[in-house]
Design a protein. Sequence first.
Length: 135
Amino acid sequence: MNLFNWLEEITFSKRPWDSFTDEDKEAFNVYMIHRFVSMDSTYIEVVNMIQRYPNASRRHVYNFYCDVLPKKKAFFRYIKSKNKWDNEMLNKVADYYKISIREAKECISVLTDENLNKILNLGQSSTNKKRRNKK
């Protein structure tokens, strides 16, 4: 079974946990189930409730969702990040501030366009100076 089959099981079919094969049970990925169910804003509190128990077994997570979620066909639209990071920009900001790439992503989100352009153009102006000096 794949993730989408499991999502259908916890929302519509709701078969008993013991009716699945061992291979099916191994395919039940608790993290991904939480992630997809939380994409529906009406179920965020439900996901938050079960995530408080990180050591809960697959069986308990499955049974919890079967008991709590209404029996209906559901579609969990995955919400993607809108930020697409340019590696060159990340590296320049990380080098400029002497920080990690993860920190550079946070930094870029608060930098003004003017400051970001200054940082990005720093390397270009020094390259242009070197080219002028070679002539």
